[in-house]
Design a protein around this ligand. Structure first.
Ligand code: FAD
Length: 642
């Protein structure tokens, strides 16, 4: 199919696919509320058929989850908010945000106070887990699971005692799980397939798929690979030089001086001005950093790229070891830690589910890391008055304040909006496990310096798209399993790795069986500072409809896979776009950020306790990792319980 002919009919835009993105059940008659408030009013999550993981279409920050927050940001909320309805509930602890950090805070608080501690967790999304979200599909009746966000347990640095302890108590041993998964026979079903790059005509002049990426599965040599690409011969020659030649491009300088200089230039500038590659090579590398940084090589420093073993440094005699001018993630690359490669089929949503099952045992059966994968959750049990811990979904917090002088306050008041109604609830303390940039709007009494610090980091926008397809025959015919698409809307497409754990067996028996495809997008604007690029990305994601995503996805897949017989109108059965405008926590980037003195980094000022208000979440560590979310929860709880 010629791309010019890819009209909506051929792409299958008219085909009925699974893209339900609404839930049954709405709030009814509220009135004056007593302590059994959540039972008195029938909210969506109280319905027995409420099950968000099965929803497809636009997920992640789904429609309806951010409107209240944005009116608060724009200064419009309180003009029409009215007086809150008092739920007359009181809790030992209120937690804003039901991601890993909020759930871990509940776990730590209960462990350090009492099993009967009364805890309320409020989250604006229709599901718990924050970024750690689960997506389910049932092509041909078979359960296939994917992560809607947070995937990997491993982190740049080893887990702290507290985070490791929490994982142990939950019964999650990633090394053991990794060994077990590796032994499963069906783990190797895609082993014969290669990695590929798709050169799109808008960027490279012609549409061409080239399999056998050097250095990856059954990869070719660089020359052998590049000669098949549409890149000009002089560009190919420079890529070979960059990848293979052992040249010291900063001869005569000490390793320390080289590191310092590299930390002050982008990798793009290193390639163009130091290695002096032909500018035609830049599009080949531009999005290489997107997965970790959400921006291209123009906004990531060359030292970070050295730390992550990018090409060009192999002859430069740079001594091993990180410097403080490296970002958090590349710095961690140099640190030894336990080796494993394991992730749950739904990523760290399984950790969130294990936390919820521990906090509210009636929500799901089972007790192991294996049985959590297929455990059916009963969301109607999450917010019941007979449970000490309650999770209230679709509830956006709009205010959290000390009741009285912060220095002596014994209580907090928290206001939240649920189904367009404003409510008030009281607690002995509150952990803000939400996003840092929201907190100044929620806690107006905070000192100005702390508010500025909370606003500093700009979360990284990301999209994890999952496409359910009837079979993977086209991949088999083309001999490929994952394709980098450096010029396209999503920068990569791959077959979802099959995982076997407990009763869950995702691996297809043959190429005719249904599978999931994973696609990733990170909108940004090359040339700006990293934080400004993320701001542009937010705007892009909040203004792009699901229909636009769907069209782009279908077009991208047919252009790559049609030579293998793929027909988007026939083969796609469901699409889930996990849109995360406020994704990864911002990790400092010393290409743009100053080096702050000890204790003065924005995240350190931002996370200071204020009376009975403490601050958790991964932004508080300026590091986008699960163990960081747990560590920050532990600290925030410690500040409340002493
Ligand atoms: C696409 C993606 C992939 C990732 N992959 C990985 C990975 O592989 N490994 C890894 O370790 N980390 C990964 N991360 C980083 C991830 O952010 C952290 O690991 C961790 O899940 C963060 O947990 P958290 O609780 O701090 O924040 P979140 O998960 O963001 O949870 C905070 C919650 O607070 C809610 N909230 C915000 N404001 C309010 C309000 N006013 N009222 C009520 N609720 C509110 C938010 O909506 C959210 O649900 C990924 C992140 C994304 C977006």
């Amino acid at each position: 199919m010629n791309i010019m002919e890819n009209d909506d009919r051929e792409l299958g835009m008219h085909r009925p696919i699974s893209r339900r993105d609404f839930l049954n059940g709405i709030a009814v008659g509220l009135g004056v509320l007593g302590p059994g408030f959540a039972e008195a009013a029938q909210f969506a999550q109280d319905s027995p058929d409420y099950y968000p993981p099965a929803l497809t279409g636009m997920r992640g920050s789904h429609n309806g989850s951010f409107d209240v927050a944005h009116t608060l940001r724009d200064g419009r909320f309180w003009k029409t908010a009215g007086t809150p309805v008092d739920t007359r509930e009181t809790y030992d602890l209120i937690i804003v945000g039901g991601g890993i950090s909020g759930l871990a805070a509940a776990y730590f608080y209960r462990a350090r106070t009492s099993p009967s501690a009364r805890i309320l967790i409020l989250d604006n999304h229709d599901d718990f887990g924050g970024h750690a979200k689960r997506n389910e599909f049932r092509p041909q009746g078979r359960l296939l699971i994917a992560n809607g966000g947070t995937l990997a347990i491993e982190s740049p640095f080893p887990y702290s005692k507290e985070a490791r302890g929490l994982m142990d108590e939950l019964g999650i041993d990633p090394v053991k799980l990794s060994d077990e998964a590796g032994k499963a026979a069906d783990h190797h079903v895609f082993d014969g397939l290669q990695s590929a790059i798709f050169f799109d005509r808008e960027t490279f002049g012609t549409d061409r798929l080239v399999a056998g990426v050097p250095g990856r599965r059954r990869g070719l040599g660089w020359r052998e690979f590049l000669v098949k690409t549409p890149l000009a011969p002089e560009v190919q020659a420079d890529i070979v030089r960059l990848e293979e030649a052992k040249v010291d491009y900063m001869a005569g300088l000490s390793s320390d001086v080289k590191k310092d200089r590299l930390s002050r230039m982008s990798y793009k500038d290193f390639l163009l001005n130091v290695v002096k590659v032909n500018p035609g090579a830049i599009p080949f590398y531009q999005v290489r950093t997107h997965g970790l940084f959400g921006v291209g090589i123009d906004a990531v420093n060359a030292l970070d790229c050295w730390g992550m073993s990018y090409p060009g440094f192999q002859g430069m005699n740079i001594a091993p070891g990180a410097t403080m001018r490296m970002g958090f993630t590349p710095r961690g690359e140099a640190t030894p830690k336990p080796e494993y490669f394991f992730h749950f089929p739904d990523g760290n949503a399984s950790i969130a589910r294990m936390l919820v099952r521990s906090l509210i045992p009636a929500s799901a059966a089972g007790h192991t890391a294996e049985d959590i994968v297929t455990a059916k959750f009963d969301y109607s049990r999450l917010d019941k008055s007979d449970s000490p811990v309650r999770i209230r979904l679709n509830s956006t917090v709009v205010r959290a304040r000390n009741a009285g002088d912060p220095a002596s306050a014994k209580e907090v008041e928290v206001a939240f909006v649920r189904d367009k109604q404003l409510y008030n609830v009281r607690g002995k303390g509150v952990v803000m496990a939400c996003w840092n940039m929201m907190i100044p709007y929620l806690c107006e009494e905070l000192p100005e310096k702390q508010k500025e610090a909370l606003k500093y980091g700009v979360k990284i926008p990301l999209v994890y798209t999952t496409v359910a397809v009837k079979n993977w025959a086209a991949f088999k015919k083309l001999g490929i399993r994952n394709i980098s698409t450096p010029g396209m809307y999503h920068y990569g497409v791959s077959l979802e790795e099959p995982t076997t754990i407990g009763d869950y067996h995702a691996a297809p028996k043959s190429a005719e069986d249904p599978v999931l495809l994973r696609m990733t997008r990170t909108p940004c604007k090359p040339g700006l500072s990293e934080r400004d690029q993320h701001r542009m990305g937010h705007a892009d994601l909040f203004t792009t409809s699901f229909e636009t995503f769907e069209r782009k996805i279908r077009d991208q897949l047919v252009r790559i896979l049609e030579p293998g017989g793929f027909d988007p109108a026939r083969d796609i059965t469901a699409i889930t776009v996990n849109r995360w405008p406020h994704g990864y926590a911002y990790e400092y980037n010393y290409l743009f950020d100053p080096e702050w003195p000890e204790g003065q980094a924005p995240c350190e000022i931002a996370r200071r306790r204020f009376g009975r208000i403490t601050i958790a979440n991964s932004d508080a560590g300026a590091a986008a990792y699960t163990d960081q979310a747990m560590d920050q929860a532990y600290r925030a709880v410690s500040e409340l319980v002493g």
